[in-house]
Design a protein around this ligand. Sequence first.
Ligand code: TYD
Length: 145
Amino acid sequence: MKNHSIFDCSIIHLPRIYNRSGNITPVENLKNIPFEVKRVYYLYDIPGGESRGAHGHKELESLIIAASGSFDVTIDDGHNKKTVQLNRPYFGLHIRPCMWRDIHNFSSGSICLVLASELYNEEDYLRSYEEFMKFNSSIINSVVK
Ligand code: TYD
């Protein structure tokens, strides 16, 4: 397994098809995003200022999009941290495996759309920061060996 850093997690500019009566943003597997989507979920009815998603994933990668409104995503690879504000439906933040992520500062009425590379699997979650750091160093050690 590869050890990714926050610098491998970038904003992907999605296509925009303009129309007077509204715009369209299509997202196609392996064309606009570098992985195959197995699951889509969205967070909504989030009270303004609330936080979600403080966890990591062992293998899952995802693209996070502010389909409506705005929020901040903080990603942490165990060494470095960065916070990205998402506020346009045509920008997606690509989150690589094994990142601690925290989604916060939701504007009221915002919708957080997540395209995910795996089906829901509780075994893939790193629910505590301690568990995340342990898993993270086990990958680094296996790469170094
Ligand atoms: P979780 O991913 O922990 O959300 P957050 O970190 O934003 O609070 O999911 C919350 C609950 O929803 C958890 O009990 C698992 C369930 N869930 C599913 O059943 N399927 C899914 O695809 C997701 C994302 C969550």
